[in-house]
Design a binder for this molecule. Structure first.
Ligand code: TRP
Length: 343
């Protein structure tokens, strides 16, 4: 009778931009809301994952709360019992299960993880931490403690998800049915209807997707940008010399991107936005409209951030963390018994 579990770690940070917002955050929250009746949704901040590479520890606490507020401001409900929100480090079983799984995980297996190879390649051997190395094991523990079936993650995490499946099967084969094995990646993608192809492009280089690693930041609209800054970025967006508004992503990528952003920021259909501007012979009106829509969007979002009552959020966290501890400890006890740590 228990509902299947959808679980994910909510990694977000201060410099989220509108590409992340429309491409990841909103679709994710929509998913959470639409599935909440039929599934148990477990959403957590993977705080123990935050310093596998060096960070400023004096900022971590504030960052964790900020991350959670971003999700709430984007519409994540705090009043649903079908959606649990928690901080990983408040549930000690994550760390304990990780140690046990570590002892059944191959060194070679972890060495093959592409994300580990990518992240560690620039660093000297002394700076590559063991935490970075075995972080997929912690991620597996995150998933297996709660018997999650579906785990929405980005493409960079699919190898880690495959590892979670492998270690679950390995433990089950050795010790009997301990863990629910998450669905394979292809089933996950089918379930989440992944990738509707929505990609907001950089305003300066509209053939590239908007990305926070763009160091100038001129083509990127951050959720924290002031109205002034955001409007200026829109007004100086790269267009073309065609001189007519058309939705043509190949020939007029800048204009197509502006039309796309306008539709999303206003919450209108792309086709009706296109109908309205198609054939106009000046780009000024379109740019002004986009700037206004973006300023409204950021204004609303920032106002919602301000309104969030931190006490409500903390109450929800503490309530859910108590429940998650109970569930996680049950799984952990089964594992402890299986490996002979408990009678
Ligand atoms: N590693 C994920 C990321 O970088 C975050 C994460 C941690 C996660 N633990 C998880 C995601 C468990 C899904 C399930 O995005």
């Amino acid at each position: 009778m228990t509902k299947p579990v959808i679980l994910t770690g909510l990694r977000a940070n201060n410099d989220l931009h509108i590409g992340n917002y429309f491409g990841a955050l909103l679709p994710f929250i929509d998913m959470a809301k639409t599935k909440a009746d039929d599934y148990q949704l477990d959403l957590f901040v993977p705080d123990l994952h935050s310093f596998t590479t060096p960070i400023d520890h004096s900022k971590l606490q504030q960052q964790i709360m900020h991350n959670l507020k971003l999700f709430v401001a984007a519409g994540l409900p705090l009043n649903s019992d079908n959606i649990r929100i928690y901080r990983q480090s408040y549930i000690p079983a994550h760390s304990e299960l990780t140690w046990i799984l570590d002892c059944f995980t191959g060194f070679g297996e972890m060495s093959r993880m592409t994300q580990f190879k990518d992240k560690s390649s620039g660093l000297g051997a002394e700076r590559v931490t063991v935490g970075l190395f075995n972080y997929p094991v912690l991620m597996a523990a995150d998933i297996l403690l709660y018997g999650a079936t579906y785990v929405p993650v980005g493409d960079d995490q699919t190898q880690h998800l495959e590892f979670a499946r492998d270690i679950a099967e390995r433990m089950n084969n050795k010790f009997g049915e301990l863990f629910v094995v998450p669905k394979p990646v292809k089933d996950q993608n089918a379930f989440f209807g992944k990738d509707q192809g929505l990609r907001i492009k950089d305003l300066v280089e509209p053939t590239k997707k908007m990305s926070k690693s763009d160091d100038t930041g001129k083509g990127v609209i951050f959720l924290g940008d002031t109205p002034d800054v955001a409007a200026k970025k829109v007004m100086s967006a790269t267009t073309d010399s065609e001189g007519v508004v058309r939705f043509d992503t190949a020939k007029q990528p800048g204009i197509a991107n502006l039309l796309q952003i306008l539709a999303l920021a206003r919450g209108e259909d792309l086709s009706s936005v296109i109908d309205h501007y198609d054939g106009q012979t000046s780009y000024g009106a379109l740019k002004t409209a986009v700037a206004e829509a973006v300023v409204d969007l950021l204004g609303d979002f920032q106002a919602r951030m301000e309104l969030i009552d931190e006490n409500d959020l903390l109450a929800k966290l503490e309530h859910d963390e108590a429940i998650m501890n109970a569930t996680a400890n049950k799984t952990l006890l089964q594992v402890q018994k299986a490996v002979g740590l408990r009678a």
